[in-house]
Design a protein around this ligand. Structure first.
Ligand SMILES: [Zn+2]
Length: 395
């Protein structure tokens, strides 16, 4: 079958994206959008089902194809971050101005979600789904802790999957995200000794030692990849952020405890366990306090970087499809922030990529007021998703 069959209706996908933007869906308040997506898939005859997620609206899952066949998964999140200050357009108005759709989630990622819904419908009960199973997942909670995708991992929705496409479009349709940085979170517990604040020499000041730790952290050498590019199209590098310092009190006493939390954003192929490095950094400071360094890798924190091999059929199919429908070969990039694809790679070891309508440069207003997306990308995104799945099915 010729690939022209994938041609999408430009207005339909833009209208659907607008309908999604008009439904507020800040994380943990996804019930309404989830109902909307269920009803639309149902109306299209695609037999959706709801998968409950604690504290969130349910996931909506739909499937097509032979039971037991290997599957291709389309995954997109329904939730957005909170409404932030600085909006001039109505964040839920879905206004179109100069070819751009404005609204909270227009970019992250209701346009991608709309395109995935339509691509799924177009492929439902097609030549493709005679060869593979196709799974559509709309998930809540991505902006909080990935609870929607975590639930589907536990529920078995990814069983038999050979490829997962997440509809996040960082960098836009000129890029395929085939890797992502991770985050290694650590707490420094600094334990000193209290004394009267007028006689500081009798105590051990935990706040002072904590500040020395922060200064030393700020001087650590951070790695830069020689080959991997970030979604800002620069060489991918480690970064780190001091997230919190707390200690001391209001009385005239030498502070006996202080805690510092920091995160190092790690890169694929680089170090992910910093314990030894941090211990030797602290030892070199000859502090007066005792310091305990604790890795905070509890569920809820994503912490491993991943890289899906460029030679994977999924990556090749994405590159070829973008090349065909966008007209230029995409750049392979690594996302700098953590997202649901980290979870899928880390928990399941599946080949996963992110691709979708999006922006780069100044218009990449992810998690910023006046978020918007160029609407001309949306129909192309439908074609790209359809075409990737068809290639994976050998059509
Ligand atoms: Zn997102």
């Amino acid at each position: 079958m010729p690939l022209t069959d994938v041609n999408a209706d430009v207005n339909e996908v833009i209208e659907l994206a607008r309908e999604l933007v008009k439904i507020p869906s800040v994380y943990m308040q996804e019930a309404e959008i989830s109902n909307f997506i269920y009803a639309r898939l149902d109306e299209w005859g695609l037999s959706p089902r709801r998968v409950p997620v604690e504290n969130h609206g349910p996931c909506i899952v739909a499937e097509s194809g032979a039971e037991g066949a290997p599957s291709v998964v389309l995954n997109g999140h329904m939730d957005t971050v909170e409404v932030m200050a600085g909006w001039e357009h109505d964040p839920f108005g879905a206004e179109i101005e100069d070819g751009r759709l404005f609204g909270l989630g227009s970019l992250d990622m209701k346009s991608g979600l709309a395109a995935m819904m339509i691509a799924f419908r177009n492929l439902f009960d097609s030549e493709c789904t005679k060869r593979r199973r196709l799974v559509f997942q709309a998930v809540p909670g991505e902006e909080l802790d990935g609870s929607g995708t975590r639930t589907l991992i536990k529920e078995g929705s990814f069983e038999g999957a050979e490829a997962v496409i997440v509809g996040e479009g960082f960098g836009g349709l000129g890029a395929v995200t085939n890797g992502r940085r991770g985050g290694a979170y650590y707490d420094f517990e600094v334990m000193g000794q209290s004394a009267h604040g007028a006689m500081p020499h009798l105590g051990k000041n935990a706040v002072v030692d904590a500040s020395k730790i922060i200064c030393a952290l700020e001087e650590s050498e951070l790695a830069v990849s020689e080959t991997l590019k970030s979604d800002a199209y620069e060489l991918l590098r480690e970064t780190q952020t001091i997230l919190q310092i707390s200690g001391g009190g209001d009385s005239l006493s030498v502070p006996e405890r202080c805690r510092v939390r920091f995160v190092r954003c790690t890169i694929p192929g680089g170090r992910t366990d910093l314990q030894t490095e941090l211990e030797s950094m602290v030892a070199d400071l000859s502090l007066v306090c005792v310091v305990k360094i604790e890795f905070k890798g509890e569920p809820g924190n994503l912490y491993l970087p991943y890289l899906t091999n460029p030679s994977e059929p999924l990556v090749k199919a994405a590159v070829a499809s973008l090349d065909e429908h966008v007209g230029s070969e995409p750049v392979l990039v690594c996302g700098v922030s953590e997202a649901d694809d980290n979870l899928i790679a880390q928990e399941l070891g599946l080949p996963v990529i992110c691709v979708g309508p999006g922006e780069s440069g100044e218009t990449a207003r992810y998690h910023q007021p006046e978020e918007s997306i160029e609407t001309s990308q949306l129909a192309t995104a439908v074609e790209v998703y359809t075409s990737i799945v068809r290639r994976l099915c050998g059509i």
